[in-house]
Design a protein around this ligand. Structure first.
Ligand code: URA
Length: 308
């Protein structure tokens, strides 16, 4: 993979960051980067058209235009999004399994825009080809930022050249490796990292062994930290040796250093930490320092996990 150039953005919904100039990085052989940009995920707020006063209440259906002359045939967009062949997509439509902006579409002639919201069998299909969804295996000693004021190696060095402005979905500590999702889909990025939506993150932590029998129970019940309590959604011992153990911790929390702080609090400081899964997305065989594009099924699964 080739590192850098264009500076991408910060994660969705985080505090707005000031543009940050950066000095040269002798170790990376680069000069200052001036095109750093602040980025914020687009709003999720919806606007409702004002309704005429009605004497009789009728169920309100969203108004959709499925005959947009500038649109593309629905079956063509579905096929391009990897749902199936054109023929299969036509069958899905006539079987009433396809919804556009919340309405079932059964006709074959409809034309829509790729920006409209489409579900097949209740699963969101991303039609917009400009959307990018990447799973990156972040190496150790790489800062989760598109630009780092201190000149450390950051993820901008891996993705800065891309034309899209990518959000990193949450953060991993520099000394944590593993799965980091990147996307230019701001709404999704926001939901995936907000604890309210309960998207689970899975970590493998190497800790000092042996692991006491009641450790899982303590972590499930909750541990008090400086900034409030935290509990795991799931815990299991993967491997336990006298001196070292590997444990799997699953939680939907996104607070800073949360896994390290929690395990330190129960007397088992983390020796090394890897994130292996975010919601339904696994690192799989993506090598350290490499990334892969998510499949359309993985994107649909992410949408589902985020309640979109
Ligand atoms: N928790 C941590 O302590 N560090 C990470 O990088 C992620 C979760």
């Amino acid at each position: 993979m080739t590192p850098p150039k264009n500076r991408g953005g910060a994660p969705g919904r985080g505090p707005k960051r000031a543009d940050a100039g950066r000095g040269p990085r002798p170790e990376a052989g680069r000069g200052p980067r001036s095109d750093q940009r602040t980025q914020r995920a687009p709003g999720t707020g919806t606007t409702r058209p004002s309704q005429p006063t009605q004497t009789k209440r009728e169920p309100q259906r969203p108004v959709i235009d499925v005959h947009d002359p500038d649109g593309v045939r629905l079956q063509k967009l579905l096929a391009a999004a990897g749902v199936g062949s054109r023929r299969v997509c036509e069958d899905l439509i006539t079987q009433g399994r396809v919804e556009v902006d919340g309405q079932t579409v059964r006709e074959l002639g409809v034309r829509i825009k790729a920006t409209q919201v489409v579900h097949v069998d209740g699963e969101r299909v991303q039609l917009d080809e400009s959307r990018v969804y990447l799973a990156f295996n972040k190496p150790l000693n790489v800062v989760t930022s598109m630009s780092d004021d201190l000149g450390r190696v950051d993820i901008g060095d891996y993705f800065g050249d891309r034309k899209e402005r990518l959000f990193h979905v949450g953060r991993l500590d520099a000394d944590t490796e593993g799965l980091l999702l990147l996307t230019n889909d701001g709404d999704l990025a926001h939901r995936l990292q907000h604890p309210r939506y309960g998207v689970l993150k899975t970590y493998l932590a190497q800790i000092q062994g042996p692991v006491p029998r009641d450790l899982g129970r303590r972590l499930r019940e909750g541990v008090e930290l400086d900034d409030g309590p935290v509990k795991v959604d799931s815990f299991r011992v993967v491997d336990s040796q006298p001196g070292k153990a590997i444990v799997e911790v699953i939680l939907h929390e996104g607070r800073k250093h949360i896994v390290r702080r929690m395990l330190a609090e129960v007397g088992h400081p983390v020796l090394s930490l890897v994130r292996t899964q975010v919601g339904p997305i696994r690192l799989a065989d993506t090598k350290v320092g490499k990334f892969r594009s998510l499949s359309s099924a993985e994107v649909a699964a992410l949408y589902k996990a985020a309640g979109l």
